[in-house]
Design a protein around this ligand. Structure first.
Ligand code: CMC
Length: 426
């Protein structure tokens, strides 16, 4: 941390306040405004878009450059050379595992894939047409009830155990929400399969039949999980941190992250891509919808295009595009009207000045939505899959926060309501 200071001066006054400044290993300098409260001042930053809410060594994003690093490693290199579980280890522990650590970690995750038999009863309370995310919020939170003897958040071993349990059990619970919705029996995890193969097995197998899992589809699933594994202090991760700062147990915290992820502005965008393709209907309507997207008076936007942070390109979408090609080819559905329409839309938008000038490239949700749809996964499960992928990120941030002294999160406000007044006499 440097000795550099920022100086705050006030119009019509000689008063100045000196504020310490810090430089991280990458990224913009930050001004430490903590001292302002004692001087009777708050900073105003709705949505916290200019606020570094914490110090973190997990993930770095440079939106202008299109950079995403996990513990320093570029996301495209991880997608090419690593796999989801190894990336989970990296996020949790800060370094890539050696051979033994990798083996031990995989075994620990495998060991925890089953859920308690009592947990099955929870599903009976949910209607068959419940949104899978509604079930996820409830059932993941309910895990707290099963592990109350190992949720001492000050004990690093308890935290490690919770992290492994959550990474291992989320796919099982996710697939149970799907099986519940279609009225099929739940499938037990198969620990001879890889993480992603097992996910597809629990989703598509029945007690009568176990379809072969194509290596291309298993790889695609793994890369989808990996590309969603963490994304710095986004809304759901910040929610997990805020919940965790109260001392809440890890299962409750991850459930709060799942709730925040559910919103269409966050994890729901890949589902929105498919709804949009449905609304466009067929290729002859694309020009009309491109015109609608460009019309300032029309609220319609091309779902799956643009990003709040990435103003150059989303490094994850390059990887996802390649996987998308492989999956469509493997499944022989390139000529399916829906996917042809998606390709045409992508091409037109990439060549159109409106989108080029505003740097509106297809984002990760555009391709993941298409891949998951092609794999036969219903759109209601898309955000659930995002939640499975994001779990190691959430739990790594929660663990990082608890590993050093911390304060309960408590933002302040610019109050614009009524001043104090007396209750009217009756
Ligand atoms: N279609 C048409 N025009 C768009 C779009 C779009 N998808 N996105 C932005 N614009 C226009 C917008 O109208 C504005 O035009 P102008 O400068 O003429 O007023 C300009 O581009 C800048 O837009 P903005 O709203 O200031 O950009 P933003 O950074 O606030 O919004 C966004 C980012 C992701 C909310 C937005 O691009 C959007 O709504 N995209 C569609 C939804 C979507 O795909 N969301 C998923 C994002 S990835 C999620 C994740 O990483 O977890």
């Amino acid at each position: 941390m440097s000795e550099k200071k920022a100086r705050l001066s006030f119009e019509g006054s000689d008063k100045t306040i000196e504020l310490p400044m810090y430089q991280g290993t990458l990224g913009p300098e930050v001004v430490d405004v903590r001292g302002l409260t004692a001087k009777g001042l708050f900073t105003f930053d709705p949505g916290f878009v200019s606020t570094a809410s914490c110090e973190s060594a997990i993930t770095y994003i440079d939106g202008a450059e299109g950079t995403l690093l996990h513990r320093g490693y570029p996301i495209d290199q991880l997608a090419e050379h690593s796999n989801f579980l190894e990336t989970c280890y990296l996020l949790l522990n800060g370094e890539l595992p050696d051979k033994k650590q990798n083996q031990d970690f995989k075994e620990s995750i495998r060991y925890h894939t089953m859920v308690h038999e009592q947990l099955y009863n929870f599903f009976n309370g949910f209607p068959r047409d419940a949104h899978p995310m509604a079930i996820m919020v409830g059932v993941v939170g309910a895990l707290s009830a099963f592990y109350h003897d190992t949720i001492d958040i000050d004990d690093p071993e308890h935290r490690r155990l919770a992290a492994h349990r959550l990474i291992a059990k989320l796919p099982t619970i996710a697939d149970m929400t799907y099986k519940h919705s279609i009225g099929q029996p739940f499938m037990y995890p198969r620990n001879d399969l890889s993480y992603s193969e097992n996910f597809l097995h629990m989703m598509f197998s029945t007690p009568c039949e176990e379809p072969n899992i194509s290596p291309t589809l298993a790889k695609a699933m793994d890369v989808i999980f990996l590309l969603h594994a963490d994304h710095e202090q986004n809304a759901s991760t910040s929610t997990v941190r805020l919940a965790g700062s109260t001392g809440a147990n890890p299962y409750a915290c991850i459930s709060s992250g799942i709730s925040a992820l559910w919103g269409p502005a966050h994890g729901g965008a890949n589902e929105a891509v498919l709804s949009m393709l449905g609304e466009i209907g067929d290729e002859t309507q694309i020009e009309k919808y491109i015109a609608k997207a460009k019309d300032k008076d029309d609220p319609f936007r091309l779902m799956g295009f643009g990003h709040r942070v990435y103003k150059n390109f989303d490094p994850r979408s390059r990887v996802m595009r390649k996987i998308c090609d492989e999956v469509l080819a493997e499944l022989g559905v390139e000529d399916d009207p829906l996917f042809r329409m998606a390709r045409k839309l992508e091409k037109i938008a990439l060549e159109d000045d409106y989108f080029i000038e505003r740097k509106l490239y297809p984002n990760v949700d555009f391709y993941s939505g298409i891949i998951l749809k092609a794999m036969g996964i219903p759109t209601s499960m898309f955000t659930v899959i995002f939640a499975v992928g994001r779990t190691p990120g959430w739990i790594s941030h929660w663990n990082e926060m608890l590993s050093s002294p911390m304060k309960i999160g408590r933002p302040r406000q610019l109050y614009t309501g009524a001043k104090q007044r007396d209750y009217p006499a009756k």
